[in-house]
Every structure is written in C-alpha cells, then in structure tokens.
Design a protein around this ligand. Structure first.
Ligand SMILES: [Zn+2]
Ligand SMILES: [Zn+2]
Length: 104
C-alpha cells in the first residue's frame, strides 16, 4: 500500500517540512510510522509511512531523528492516526493499533 500521508515522488522529508518548513528535495528513506514486527505490517497495510532524510530517520548525531527522539516519534504517530481516521472512517484505530495517540 502506498503512503496515505506523504507522496514519495515529492522527494521531500516529512519532518523537514513539519518541523522546519523545509520543502526541498532530499535523499529519503521509507519510515513505517508504527514499527516493530506486527505494527510495521499494519503500517504497510494502511499506508502509514513517510519519507525521511537521514538526519530525521536514524542518524545518531541528530537530535531530531525519529528513532531517537520520543517526542517526535509520538508527534508523527498522532499525525498518522488523524490521517488514518480521515481515510478509514469505518475503522477503529485503537482496536487495530492497540493504542490511542490523539487526545482532545
Ligand atoms: Zn528531514
Ligand atoms: Zn524508520
């Protein structure tokens, strides 16, 4: 399933845009917003993936790498849940992913 959050062909980094309003093209890597064996499969199934530059993905020297920064990780998961609920209004996010990230 292709991403419902981000168009790969844009060549942008989702977090460069979100955090820095930087819309330039980057060398990007695919990131499954919910990772770990079971969740990764679900992310794939529902298109919950984004494209990230190395600094925003796993790079150890970056404070903003999603795999190293809990706040950014949660922020991305909240965005993903919102997109999920818009795209699949008949499905219950919490039932599928086991957790709720959107609080009103
Ligand atoms: Zn980036
Ligand atoms: Zn990743």
């Amino acid at each position: 399933m292709k991403s419902i959050m981000h168009n790969r062909r844009d060549g942008t980094c989702y977090l460069c845009m979100l955090l820095h309003e930087d819309y330039s093209r980057k060398q990007t890597q695919e990131h499954h917003v919910f990772y770990g064996t079971a969740n990764r499969r679900l992310s794939e199934k529902y298109g919950l993936k984004v494209y990230l530059c190395q600094a925003h993905h796993t790079y150890a020297g970056s404070m903003e790498a999603v795999h190293r920064n809990h706040d950014i990780d949660v922020q991305l998961k909240e965005k993903a849940q919102k997109e999920f609920e818009q795209k699949y209004p008949g499905l219950c996010f919490k039932e599928i992913f086991g957790k709720n990230y959107v609080f009103f």
